[in-house]
Design a binder for this molecule. Structure first.
Ligand code: SAH
Length: 396
């Protein structure tokens, strides 16, 4: 079956040939192949201006990224190709991890644009983040059942990206009996995550290698976890032997689950949650003369869009400086950013300038990124978003 063609303007094939998977609407020859003629999610044969095949893509005529490649030949994304891609994704994860707790599919990096799947043993949390993947919903579910044989699949289709794609935001159990809470194992520590009403897919697997740093630095320490969510950093710190951990988050349900996570690990007596705005709480802790040996600052993306850059960067400066003020001499600061629009050098500069303003000496000990179950696509900078620095802060 011949697919309809999508023709690019002259020279606009360069990014695709360089490895990228996306086509922007201004790159399409809209006289030859007007975008309005396609259904959202429809698959097309992508061609250069003179008809040479570049690959197969699915289209969303309503989105700025109007098409994303699913293959570099004439293979369409069907159940067979989905199964192949899922098996490839699974092969990588089983090579990386001993236990079935990981991001199984990371969109473009696994050549499945717009699809995210997090695995909690037999339970899957899935995001269909594009019209193309939405159109494949039934086949995605079938392919997942074939490859993983899961007990349940929850569709966490409530991300704001769906709005940009013209899709509804909803959460739905698509298969089996999905428990409210799932158990996972990370860095050897058992933890609980909310499957239906947590943030994103329910768990941030991306920080796993950076949380492992705590094994060396947390024992015996008083630890503060700022923006803790369900306590992934805080509870691992306690499980690794921290003397006391304090977790701050604006979400009460997140802190309640953090408390349960602490109890699950038998460290409930060393755990304290504080609910509220992190900026205000850090100021309050400082006013009360509190201090900590190790502080984790892992905020939500303060820079969601390019135009938020200035304001967002200031927020990174403010929160890290507040944290540094609460740090004991020779304390450890783990500063992270999941904003794709914040450069690594900018986060480094946040630490440099906080140190200067307080006349403290900062040493960067480790630098991290998202874990390998979130592989980077070398042609797509958006796939490399997480930055983390571990710094020692002394009095100089
Ligand atoms: N560190 C967590 C992930 C953090 S996600 C982990 O490792 O899993 C960001 C968290 O910040 C969310 O839980 C959100 O509820 C919280 N948050 C957002 N704005 C906040 C604010 N102003 N003060 C406190 N918490 C906030």
């Amino acid at each position: 079956m011949q697919l309809p063609s999508l023709r690019l303007k002259r020279h606009e094939e360069r990014r695709l040939l360089g490895g990228h998977l996306w086509i922007y609407s201004n790159e399409v020859d809209s006289r030859e192949t007007p975008l309005q003629q396609y259904q959202a999610g429809e698959q097309v044969r992508v061609e250069t201006h003179n008809g040479k095949l570049l690959g197969t893509a699915y289209v969303n005529p309503h989105s700025l990224i109007c098409a994303r490649l699913v293959s570099r030949d004439d293979r369409i994304l069907d159940r067979a190709l989905l199964v192949h891609r899922l098996l490839q994704a699974l092969k990588l994860r089983t090579q990386l991890f001993d236990e079935p707790f990981y991001r199984l599919v990371y969109g473009e990096s696994d050549l499945l644009p717009g699809l995210v799947v997090d695995r909690f043993g037999p339970h899957l949390s899935v995001q269909l983040n594009s019209a193309g993947m939405e159109a494949m919903r039934g086949q995605v579910l079938d392919a997942l059942k074939q490859v993983i044989a899961p007990e349940s699949i929850v569709l966490r289709n409530d991300s704001s990206i769906r709005t940009l794609e013209g899709l509804l935001r909803e959460v739905e159990v698509a298969w089996g009996e999905a428990p409210k809470v799932v158990e996972l194992l990370e860095n050897g520590v058992p933890l609980l995550a909310p499957l239906h009403d947590g943030q994103k897919t329910g768990w941030y697997y991306d920080q796993r290698p950076n949380r492992a740093w705590l094994r060396r630095f947390a024992p015996g320490k008083r630890v503060l976890d700022v923006f803790s969510y369900v306590g992934a950093f805080a509870v691992q710190a306690a499980a690794f032997g921290a003397r006391e951990v304090v977790a701050i988050d604006a979400s009460r349900p997140a802190l309640e689950m953090a408390e349960k996570n602490a109890e699950l690990n038998g460290v409930g007596d060393r755990f304290n949650g504080i609910e509220g705005d992190a900026f205000a709480i850090l100021r309050g802790l400082k006013a009360e003369g509190e201090s900590f040996d190790l502080i984790v600052v892992d905020p939500p993306a303060f820079i969601k869009r390019k135009k938020d850059h200035k304001e967002g960067l200031q927020a990174y400066h403010r929160i890290n400086e507040l944290a540094m003020q609460l740090l004991q001499p020779d304390g450890i600061l783990l500063a992270a950013s999941c904003s794709m629009h914040l450069a690594r050098e900018e986060l480094l500069d946040v630490l440099r300038s906080a140190g200067r303003r307080q006349d403290r000496h900062v040493q960067i000990l480790m630098e991290g990124m998202q874990g390998p179950d979130h592989p980077v696509h070398p042609a797509i900078p958006e796939t490399r978003y997480l930055k983390a620095f571990l710094a020692r802060v002394s009095d100089g």
